[in-house]
Design a binder for this molecule. Structure first.
Ligand SMILES: Cc1ncc(COP(=O)(O)O)c(C=O)c1O
Length: 395
């Protein structure tokens, strides 16, 4: 295909397509109720205010939604950021954009930040390995070379900044950070962010922080990148963009609404790209989103359920402890694909092989290979049952 974009050929099939192929032809045992812990899709009830706000906003379906997000939504998002991260000021006009769910924004941001003609050598985009696969898709299609930072048990799954070669820092366009991490549950601390910001200044690159699990945590609310900036006196958030989502925080994955915030220069560039691509959430749904950012009661109720689910899982599983953040358990099982097939065929449980969330490094090793990821999204009873069934599958 002479005229088709060849960069797409460098991407593999998406993890859930691979999972469907892996399980194709296997039968689940009759008599066992299936448990689907494969996808990270919150399944808690929607907050009570959603229906009421939607019903009084229906006229908005007759208007095109602005691609930056309506002012009322950007203001609600800015207020949430200031409250949550104790920030003195976030300007909803210049420092905030709405996203149509963060998935599209995490992909598209690479197309706003990578300059494929920057020099003789291809620019790099750094990312954790394993990772949310959208990072790989964004980097590759934008013409950058992905540089993978291994996240292994010996460093508590922190992306290993020391594993990056100087020449890869030197041509870095930006880095994707995911804290709390999908899939490992790692959470960045102030020292890690400080080191990263120092590297970004030294090597002149940007930081894109995916914080969509920020409201699901074990102990303290995780530090955010904008908060880390403010603590270091970087009140303009220079070099930094964060993304957050109502999909996980408010258990509204079908709302397709998230926020993008940070450095006004980067927001302006990204807004320009988005004025052409036009990923806008319908106006009635933007009203629901604004109401969701303004309410914390439902977030606290959801958090309590996730904590109970994680505790229930580990009480049955018998070793390890809940992750610092996210609703995922990341289990070392030997061979992730073999385990996933056995869990499906013997216990009617769907989990995702960890290798599908990783990529092979320069030495041909995929750090997710020996793991599976299970999402605890169906409440404590299901989480305990999941652990009981998975225990019988351990190879
Ligand atoms: C790490 C991570 N980032 C971003 C997203 C995207 O979520 P959404 O597009 O619903 O905001 C997900 C969803 O699974 C995720 O796991």
């Amino acid at each position: 295909m002479k005229h088709a974009q060849p960069r797409l050929d460098r991407l593999g099939a998406y993890p859930f397509e691979r999972l469907a192929r892996l399980l194709d032809g296997l039968e689940q045992p009759a008599g066992l109720k299936p448990i689907d812990a494969g996808a990270g899709e919150p399944r808690l009830p929607r907050p009570a205010f959603v229906d009421e706000v939607l019903n009084r906003s229906l006229d908005g379906f007759s208007r095109y939604p602005p691609s930056r997000g309506a002012r009322f939504l950007r203001e609600a998002a800015a207020r949430w950021l200031m409250r949550r991260y104790d920030l003195p000021r976030v300007d909803s006009d210049t420092q905030v954009l709405a996203a149509n769910g963060t998935r599209e924004a995490l992909f598209a941001v690479a197309h706003a930040l990578v300059n494929p003609e920057a020099g003789k050598l291809r620019p790099t985009v750094l990312m954790p390995n394993p990772m949310y696969q959208i990072y790989l898709g964004g980097a590759v299609t934008a013409g950058a070379e992905p540089v993978l930072m291994p996240c292994a048990p010996d460093t508590g799954f922190a992306p290993d900044l020391d594993a990056v070669r100087d020449e890869d820092w030197a041509r870095a366009a930006f880095i994707y950070v995911c804290s709390p991490s999908n899939p490992t549950g790692w959470v960045a601390d102030a020292a890690w962010y400080e080191r990263l910001l120092e590297l970004a200044d030294r090597h002149d690159f940007f930081i894109v922080a995916d914080e969509c699990y920020s409201e699901i945590y074990r102990d303290e609310p995780p530090l955010g990148l904008l908060e880390a900036c403010a603590r270091l006196g970087r009140h303009d958030f220079s070099r930094c963009l964060v993304m957050n989502s109502l999909s996980k925080r408010s258990a509204l994955p079908g709302l397709r609404s998230g926020l993008i915030a940070g450095d006004a220069r980067l927001i302006a560039r990204f807004a320009k790209l988005r004025s052409y691509t036009g990923p806008a959430t319908p106006l009635p749904l933007q009203h629901v989103a604004a109401a969701a950012w303004a309410d914390e009661a439902h977030v606290q109720a959801n958090l309590a359920t996730y904590r109970e689910s994680l505790d229930a899982f580990f009480a049955e599983w018998g070793e390890g402890a809940p992750p610092a953040g996210s609703f995922f358990v990341w289990l070392e099982v030997g061979d992730g694909e073999a385990f996933a097939r056995a869990a499906y065929a013997r216990q009617a449980v769907t989990v995702l092989p960890g290798g599908y969330l990783g990529a092979e490094d320069a030495r041909g090793r995929n750090p997710g290979q020996a793991f599976v990821r299970a999402a605890l999204v169906d409440g404590p009873g299901a989480a305990a049952e999941l652990a009981r069934r998975l225990k019988t599958v351990r190879l």
